[in-house]
Design a protein around this ligand. Structure first.
Ligand code: ADP
Ligand code: MG
Length: 257
């Protein structure tokens, strides 16, 4: 049943800032291998929910269980080490370094030097082997996102869309199980957007799980299943795209602002 199968389970999550309750008792479960959409009007609490799940914020109450472990209150690097990675955390690529270097350094940056060394396979076999394996994996990842031709380019010279592909490549280098995407297509041209979406579906087929915040309704309806709708800090609706599309409460929430 869905409760035992969930890779991520959020129960009665709450977070207030002063007088504002940004997340007001939200519960949901994420199926492994899904691309789950998280939508809702501005101020609904989507980013706060992401911040709570990724460990950037500590919830006032509620629990977050990932892959069978209660990660409530874990710091972001510890959440990432568990395999739950938020793309935006490593969006700050190093502009003066090459694309290849940025991809090679991602696990270290994300997980922290010490943890990185202990999780990297083959570490004990020596620094040279470690470096070679890392380099090979970096190249494969660049090829997967079709940015290998940019390997020697400074990351700072990439277009907005290419930077998003680099960001995804860096996320994958940390070997995640589940990826939190907060508007990953913002500023991406249609060609690259299509490429990124295709890669998401390939990664989904490989067993990766995504929780995806995106404001473009067509993209969400065509690529996410199920969809969770938030409104005023609460979960308003949840279900397949066809169901969400026809839910009057969802329409009202968007019209009401
Ligand atoms: P969304 O991502 O759905 O647009 P947010 O989670 O960013 O919504 O915001 C939900 C509510 O919480 C908003 O009213 C917002 O102003 C408030 N909020 C979010 N983060 C903070 C913060 N760090 N300090 C104060 N208020 C915040
Ligand atoms: Mg937001």
């Amino acid at each position: 049943d869905s409760e035992t199968d969930a890779i991520l389970s959020v129960q009665d999550l709450r977070k207030s800032f002063g007088g504002i309750t940004a997340v007001d008792g939200v519960s949901f479960e994420i199926e492994p291998g899904s691309i789950t959409g998280l939508i809702g009007p501005n101020g609904a609490g989507k980013s706060t929910t992401f911040n709570l799940i990724s460990g950037a914020y500590t919830p006032d109450s509620g629990t977050i269980v990932f892959d069978g472990t209660d990660i409530t209150g874990y710091r972001p690097d510890r959440v990432a080490t568990r395999g739950l990675v938020r793309s935006f955390q490593i969006a700050r690529e190093l502009p003066e370094m090459s694309v290849l270097e940025n991809v090679m350094l991602a696990p270290q940056h994300q997980l922290g030097e010490t943890l990185y060394r202990s999780v990297l396979p083959g570490f004990r076999s020596g620094v040279e082997t470690q470096e070679r394996e890392l380099r090979e994996r970096a190249w494969e990842t660049l090829e997967f996102f079709e940015i290998d031709h940019l390997a020697t380019e400074n990351a700072g010279n990439l277009s907005g869309g290419q930077r998003k592909l680099l960001e995804m490549a860096r996320v994958l280098m940390t070997d995640p199980e589940m990826i939190l995407l907060d508007e990953p297509l913002a500023g991406v041209n249609p060609t690259l957007e299509q490429k990124l979406i295709e890669r998401l579906h390939e990664l989904k087929a490989d067993g990766y799980t995504f929780l995806f915040v995106e404001h473009d309704m067509d993209i969400v309806m065509n690529n996410c299943d199920p969809i969770i709708v938030m409104h005023q800090g609460q979960k308003l609706a949840e279900g397949a795209p066809e169901t969400i599309k026809e839910d009057d409460r969802v329409l009202e929430a968007y019209l009401g602002g």
